[in-house]
Design a protein around this ligand. Structure first.
Ligand code: FES
Length: 126
């Protein structure tokens, strides 16, 4: 089973790196590791669990092509169990990720916590 190292960074608290199985969500792995993250619906509809992708490590980074300033793409780092309905297209493009339904596909860094939640609007579905 493939595992990825995902670092959870809080602006107001400790940073933790946890190993996450490819079929596990970030929220499930954080709970298994004893890291508290906010959540509510666990279905991708309420936005409570939102985090933001701030760094991505891929094998590409070992090549010269990695020197490009390509923006971080959530799709390079995560796959979703179901549609992240609570996020708008611009929010997805800005790197916001619903951690209750997102499973990693690369080692990466996420900002988590209330500051990230405050940056996005309310869910239209909650
Ligand atoms: S807990 Fe509701 S969207 Fe993740």
């Amino acid at each position: 089973m493939t595992e990825y190292d995902v670092t959870l960074e809080r602006t107001d608290g400790p940073t933790r790196t946890i190993a996450i199985d490819e079929d596990e969500t970030v929220l499930e792995a954080a709970q298994r590791a004893g890291v508290r993250l906010p959540y509510d619906c666990r279905k991708g509809t309420c936005i409570t669990c939102v985090g933001r992708l701030i760094g991505l490590e891929t094998e590409e980074h070992d090549t010269e092509e990695s020197e490009t300033d390509r923006p971080l793409e959530v799709a390079d780092a995560f796959t979703y169990r179901r549609s992240p309905a609570a996020l708008t297209d611009p929010e997805r493009a800005d790197g916001y990720v619903l951690l209750c339904i997102a499973s990693p596909r690369a080692d990466c860094r996420l900002e988590v916590g209330p500051r990230v939640r405050a940056e996005v609007g309310d869910s239209p579905w909650a």
